[in-house]
Design a protein around this ligand. Structure first.
Ligand code: NBP
Length: 481
C-alpha cells in the first residue's frame, strides 16, 4: 500500500463483491488503484485480505479519493444501481474537473445512463456507462466489458479496460460500444439472452426428468457431453456441475432440495419492457421472464396442482433419439433467442442513433461473460460476412443448423405438449420461427377487425394506399390515403 499522492491510474468506489474484485484485477495488471467505499470497513477488509495483490491507495473521503488520481481522472463506480449511483455520481462530480471520466460499471438502466451522460457532459465531465458481465469470478479474472460513452474518453480508458477484460484468441472482450446509454443497453440485452438461455436449459432438463425419467446425475453426464459440441458454453458447463452436486445434509441431488421458485433482479424484465417499446418480438426472453414469475407464484401453483392434465401420451421409448431431439431443440431455440436479442440491439441502435456493430458484440461476449459460448464465434462470423443480416436465422450456417434441427424441434414441442410438460421457450421459439417463415399470417384478419371496430384502415395486396370498408353502412370500400 502506498501513500496518497495523485498517481493512481484508476479509482474504484464501491468495494462490495464486484468492485473489490475489479480493483484487484486492475492492481494485478500493474495499475495503481485508488480505493474508496462509503463505509471504510470494506476498504480496510479488502486491503487486509488482498493488499498484496498490487499497488493500492487507501482513501476515506471522496476528496482524498479524487486527489489520489492522476489526470484526467478515471473513477469506476461499482455501487448498487439506482439512487445510490446518482448519489455517488453527484459527490464525485462536485469534486472532479472538466475532462475527468466517471465510469458506472453497475447494472444501470440504459435510460438512466443517457440522462446521466447528458447531465455530466453539460458540466464538462465524461460519463461512461459500462456494462460488466461475468459475476465475481469474471470481475477478478477477466470480465466482458461493454463501455458506452464519448469516444474521446475511450482513448484514455480503453487500454485499461481492455487489459483487465477476458481475452479470446488474443482479442479483449471489451470494445467501445457507442455513445451514452449504448453500453448498458447492450448489457441489458445480454442479460435478457442469458435469461432465455437459462430457461431453455431448464426446459431441456425438465424433459429429461419428466419425459425420460433420468436422474440429475444422468442428466449432468449428458450436459457434460453436450459441452464438447456445438452447445459448448459456460451455462451448459455449470449446469452439469450443478446437477452433479449432492446435498450434504440429505444425500439427495442438490437440485431436488432447492425450492423451484426462480427469482430475478430485473434486467430480464427491462429487456422485455424495452423490446415492447421498440416493437421487437423477443419471445424467448419474455417467456423466460414470465416462467420465472410463474415459478414464483407459489400460492397459486399450490392451489392449482390438482387441475386436470387430460389424457397424456406415452413417454418416448427411444432415449437416444429423444435426447438428440432435445439437443437439437435447444440449439435451434437458442439461435432464435440470440436472433431476437440482436434484432432488439439493431432496433435500439436505430432508435437512439448509436450505430452499433453486432459483430463486435458477438466478439466481446465470447469470453468473460455468463453467455460465453462457442456459438458466439458463429455469430461473429455471420455478421462479418454480412453486417446487414436481416436476421441471424438467415445466415447460411444458422439456417442450415435449423434445417437439421427442425424435425427434432417439432417432435420435442409436440411430445412435451402431449405429456403435459411446459416448454414455453422451446414452443414460442418454434412458433416464432414458423411465423417468420410463413407466407401469410392471420394479421390480415386482425387488420380487418381493427378496421371493423375502429376504422383503422388496411392495405390491399393488389393496390397502393390505405382502405376502409364502410362496415356499418353498405360495406363498400373507400380509399383513405
Ligand atoms: P451491491 O450491488 O450489493 O452494492 C453494494 C455497494 O454499494 C457497497 O459498496 C455499498 O457501500 C454501496 N452503496 C450503497 Br448499497 N448505497 C450507497 C450510497 N448511497 N452511497 C455510496 N455507496 C453506496 O454490490 P455488488 O454486488 O458488488 O454490485 C455492484 C454493481 O455491479 C451493482 O450495480 C450490480 O448490479 C453490478 N453487477 C453485479 C454483478 C454480480 O454478479 N454481482 C455482475 C455485474 C454487475 P457500503 O459498503 O457502504 O454499504
Amino acid at each position: 500500500m502506498a501513500s496518497s499522492t495523485a498517481r493512481a491510474q484508476i479509482g474504484v468506489t464501491g468495494l462490495a463483491v464486484m468492485g473489490s474484485n475489479i480493483a484487484r484485477n486492475f492492481a494485478k495488471h500493474g495499475y495503481t488503484v485508488a480505493l474508496h467505499n462509503r463505509s471504510v470497513a470494506k476498504t480496510d477488509a479488502l486491503l487486509a485480505a488482498h493488499g498484496g495483490d498490487g499497488d493500492f491507495i487507501r482513501t476515506e473521503t471522496v476528496a482524498e479519493f479524487v486527489a489520489a488520481l492522476e489526470k484526467p481522472r478515471r473513477v469506476l463506480i461499482m455501487v448498487k444501481a439506482g439512487d445510490a449511483t446518482d448519489a455517488v455520481i453527484e459527490e464525485l462530480a462536485a469534486a472532479m474537473e472538466p475532462g475527468d471520466i466517471i465510469i458506472d460499471g453497475g447494472n444501470a438502466l440504459y435510460t438512466d445512463t443517457i440522462r446521466r451522460e447528458a447531465a455530466l457532459r453539460e458540466r464538462g465531465l465524461n460519463f461512461v456507462g459500462a456494462g460488466i458481465s461475468g459475476g465475481e469470478e469474471g470481475a477478478l479474472n477477466g470480465p466482458s466489458i461493454m463501455p458506452g460513452g464519448p469516444a474521446e474518453s475511450y482513448e484514455s480508458l480503453g487500454p485499461l479496460l481492455e487489459s483487465i477484460a477476458a481475452q479470446v484468441d488474443g482479442t479483449p472482450c471489451c470494445t467501445h460500444i457507442g455513445p451514452d446509454g449504448s453500453g448498458h443497453f447492450v448489457k441489458m440485452v445480454h442479460n435478457g439472452i442469458e435469461y432465455a438461455d437459462m430457461q431453455l436449459i431448464g426446459e431441456a432438463y425438465h424433459l429429461f426428468r419428466a419425459a425420460l425419467d433420468l436422474d440429475p446425475k444422468q442428466i449432468a453426464d449428458i450436459f457434460t457431453q453436450w459441452n464438447s459440441g456445438d452447445l459448448e458454453s459456460y451455462l451448459v458447463e455449470i449446469t452439469a456441475e450443478v446437477l452433479g452436486q449432492v446435498d450434504a445434509k440429505t444425500g439427495k441431488p442438490l437440485v431436488d432440495v432447492i425450492v423451484d421458485a426462480a427469482e430475478q433482479k430485473g434486467t430480464g424484465r427491462w429487456t422485455v419492457k424495452s423490446a415492447l417499446d421498440l416493437g421487437i418480438p423477443v419471445t424467448g426472453i419474455a417467456e423466460a421472464v414470465f416462467a420465472r414469475a410463474l415459478s414464483g407464484s407459489r400460492a397459486q401453483r399450490a392451489a392449482a396442482k390438482d387441475l386436470a392434465a387430460g389424457e397424456l401420451a406415452a413417454k418416448p421409448t427411444d432415449i437416444v433419439q429423444f435426447t438428440e431431439d432435445i439437443r437439437q431443440a435447444l440449439y435451434a431455440s437458442k439461435v432464435v433467442a440470440y436472433a431476437q436479442g440482436f434484432d432488439q440491439i439493431a432496433a435500439g441502435s436505430a432508435e437512439y442513433g448509436w450505430d452499433l456493430t453486432p459483430g463486435d458484440l458477438a466478439t466481446i461476449w465470447r469470453g468473460g461473460c455468463i453467455i460465453r459460448a462457442r456459438f458466439l464465434n458463429r455469430i461473429k462470423e455471420a455478421y462479418e460476412t454480412d453486417p446487414a443480416l436481416p436476421s441471424l436465422i438467415l445466415d447460411p450456417y444458422f439456417r442450415s443448423a435449423i434445417e437439421t434441427a427442425i424435425d427434432s424441434w417439432r417432435r420435442v414441442v409436440a411430445t412435451a405438449t402431449l405429456l403435459g410438460i411446459p416448454v414455453p421457450a422451446f414452443a414460442s421459439s418454434l412458433s416464432y420461427y414458423d411465423a417468420l417463415r410463413a407466407e401469410r399470417l392471420p394479421a390480415a384478419l386482425t387488420q380487418a377487425q381493427r378496421d371493423f371496430f375502429g376504422a383503422h384502415t388496411y392495405e390491399r395486396v393488389d393496390a397502393e394506399g390505405k382502405y376502409h370498408t364502410l362496415w356499418s353502412e353498405d360495406r363498400s370500400e373507400v380509399r383513405t390515403s
